[in-house]
Design a protein around this ligand. Structure first.
Ligand SMILES: [Zn+2]
Length: 84
């Protein structure tokens, strides 16, 4: 069941909206882009579906570079795979 629409965010890969619980949050910090596992980190965020399809596409298309308008470390993409 879709919950409160206020809790939906857009996946930066497929551009579909989904509940926050179905998405991985990434945040641009002064230290670079990080995967926000707590959902509480400050900064500009981007979201990716927690599924193989979107994570794979994200890695292939470097979707995070586009979402954050800059280079995102390869380690971040590697780490995304561990979120499955
Ligand atoms: Zn998606």
């Amino acid at each position: 069941m879709p919950s409160n629409p206020k809790n939906t965010r857009k996946c930066c890969v497929c551009k579909e909206h989904a509940d926050k619980s179905e998405l991985i949050r990434l945040v641009k910090t002064s230290d670079g882009v990080k995967i926000d596992t707590t959902g509480k980190m400050d900064g500009r965020g981007a979201y990716v579906h927690r599924n193989e399809k979107c994570i794979d596409a994200c890695i292939k298309k470097f979707a995070l570079n586009a979402a954050f308008k800059g280079a995102v470390a390869k380690e971040v993409y590697d780490e995304l795979k561990n979120q499955l």
